[in-house]
Every structure is written in structure tokens, then in C-alpha cells.
Design a protein around this ligand. Structure first.
Ligand code: ATR
Length: 279
């Protein structure tokens, strides 16, 4: 009997730029798995209907990207602790009648940092942004046991709310959370600055200015979760250090965790990173 092809897709809006199909097909090649992976442009209003029809059509799993990660979180019958706390789901699995949700963005970030040999245990992290991307990653940042995570946001009240929300989980993991203004003036020391804002989509200005980058330790690194082209944050960061990274590795690593959830196989990411850089 011929093996049935397992069907997957990524949903979001816009979606035409998504690299998820290429990534999953490259992973699948390593294990000679025959799978289908499509992308469907899906707006908020069409989300529930799309989920229902793909479930009925026998899709095995879906990746969910912006702006649907919270909606995906809301429709799950079962959630991992991580996605439940982050209130974000980027990986859905249809299991019988049930929809299982997980979030792999944070693990994608941590695995990419580890690939880049950036150790955050016991270190000071400056996390810029308090939206979906930051809240989706902080669970795994906290679990990696940095000493302290400084939180900031253009709308400062959101940084304060974020600290309040994650306080208990941070304390449980002996991690200190502290909020600081975007344009703080005191001298601080960071080992890693992460840009989790979407500012590069709308402006040519870096969300952080020179003073913040000057607080980076000599061995420190700067990481923008965005990928595609050099962002204003990255340009500003390069004035201080050469250890500046975009989020392409995070994209590949979060996909690898999704792949593992669906196929119980851990794909090698090195070749896929290279392939994407050459696209
Ligand atoms: P995402 O899911 O991509 O994080 P989001 O939840 O809308 O999207 O959050 C976007 C984040 O980028 C927010 O932290 C936002 O700051 P505000 O809360 O003040 O809106 C931040 N952001 C967007 N544009 C920015 C800019 N030009 N400068 C600084 N921060 C910006």
C-alpha cells in the first residue's frame, strides 16, 4: 500500500514571504519523509473557518504565524505549559477530535543562541519590546536561567504589565526581572540585547540608541528576532560590536522543534541555514 502523504501548512497574513514550506521540506528530505507543506494567506476573520476546513481535509499539523498566534492559543483543546503561559501558539497538531497547541519560538531562539555559542546562564539580558514576540520568547529565556532580564518597551506600561505577569515564573527560576525606560540613562551592563519589537517594519530608526549599546559588555551580542535584511537595530548594534545576528537561525530552529513535535525526529539545521542564506 502506498504511504499517505502527511499534509501540513502555515497560516498567517501576509504569508507569501514565509520560508516554512522550504524549511520543512528540507528537513523531511533528511529522513526521506514524503510530506506536503503549503501556505495559506489567512486573516483573523477567516481563521476559524480555515482551521475547520483543513482539519476536515485531514491536515496533520499547522504552523501559525502573525497575526494569528493568540487566536490559535484560544482554540486549542490541549496546550503545553509554555504556550499556556505565553498565550501564544505557533504549532497545531490535529489529534483525533482534539487540537493540540504548542509554541516553539522561544526554543527556536534558545537553540539558535546555543548554536551561536552565546551562553546566557547567569548573564544579563536586555529584552526590547513587550508584544507577542517578547512574551512568546521569555518563558524559554527564563528557563535558561540568566541572572537578570531587563524589560523595556516604547509604551512603558506594557513593560510593567509584562514584568508583573512573568514575576512568579521568574522567581520560581531565580531570575530577576527589572523594567527600564527605553532611553534609560544609568550605567547598566548587558551580555545580550534582544530586539523583539516590530519597529523595523515601520521605521528606519533603531528602537535603541547609542547609550544602550554602550552598556554591552565586551563579549556581548545583539540579536534581532527579525530576518530578511539588516535592520536599523542591527546597524546601530554594529557600531559597538561585530556579534550582531538576525532571526534567521531562530526561524530555522523553531521550525525544527515543530518538526520534532510532528515527526518525533530532530532534524539537522546546519544545511538548512546555509540553503536559506543562499536563496
Ligand atoms: P509582535 O507579535 O510582532 O511582537 P506586537 O504584539 O504588535 O507584535 O508588538 C510589537 C512590539 O514592537 C511592541 O513592543 C511595540 O511597542 P508598543 O507596545 O509601544 O506598540 C514595538 N514597536 C513597534 N514599533 C516600534 C517602534 N517604532 N519603536 C519601538 N518599538 C516599537
Amino acid at each position: 500500500m502506498k504511504d499517505e502523504i502527511k499534509k501540513f501548512a502555515v497560516l498567517g497574513h501576509p504569508i507569501s514571504h514565509s520560508l516554512s514550506p522550504q524549511i520543512h521540506l528540507l528537513f523531511a528530505r533528511e529522513f526521506s519523509i514524503n510530506l506536503g507543506y503549503e501556505k495559506f494567506d489567512t486573516k483573523q476573520d477567516d481563521f476559524l473557518e480555515r482551521i475547520k476546513s483543513l482539519k476536515d481535509e485531514g491536515y496533520y499539523g499547522l504552523n501559525i504565524t502573525l497575526p494569528l498566534k493568540f487566536s490559535a492559543f484560544q482554540i486549542c483543546d490541549e496546550l503545553s505549559e509554555r504556550s499556556s503561559l505565553c498565550k501564544s501558539v505557533n504549532t497545531l497538531t490535529f489529534l483525533g477530535k482534539n487540537i493540540i497547541g504548542d509554541s516553539t519560538d522561544g526554543r527556536g531562539l534558545i537553540n539558535d543562541l546555543s548554536y551561536k555559542k552565546i551562553d546566557i546562564k547567569g548573564k544579563n539580558i536586555f529584552l526590547v519590546g513587550s508584544g507577542g514576540a517578547a512574551n512568546g520568547a521569555i518563558y524559554d529565556l527564563i528557563q535558561s536561567k540568566p541572572k537578570k532580564i531587563f524589560l523595556t518597551n516604547r509604551t512603558f506600561t506594557k513593560a510593567i504589565e509584562m514584568k508583573k505577569y512573568w514575576k512568579f515564573f521568574a522567581e520560581k527560576n531565580q531570575v530577576i526581572l527589572e523594567t527600564i525606560d527605553l532611553d534609560f540613562s544609568k550605567k547598566l551592563y548587558f551580555d545580550l540585547i534582544i530586539n523583539a519589537t516590530s519597529s523595523s517594519l515601520t521605521t528606519q530608526h533603531s528602537p535603541l540608541q547609542e547609550h544602550a549599546f554602550n552598556c554591552l559588555n565586551d563579549e556581548g551580542a545583539c540579536y534581532d528576532m527579525m530576518y530578511g535584511s539588516q535592520t536599523p537595530f542591527m546597524r546601530e548594534a554594529y557600531k559597538k560590536t561585530n556579534s550582531v545576528y538576525d532571526g534567521l537561525g531562530m526561524l530555522v530552529e523553531q521550525a525544527a522543534v515543530s518538526f520534532n513535535i510532528w515527526h518525533q525526529l530532530a532534524p539537522a539545521t546546519e544545511n538548512v541555514r546555509t540553503a536559506l542564506k543562499n536563496l
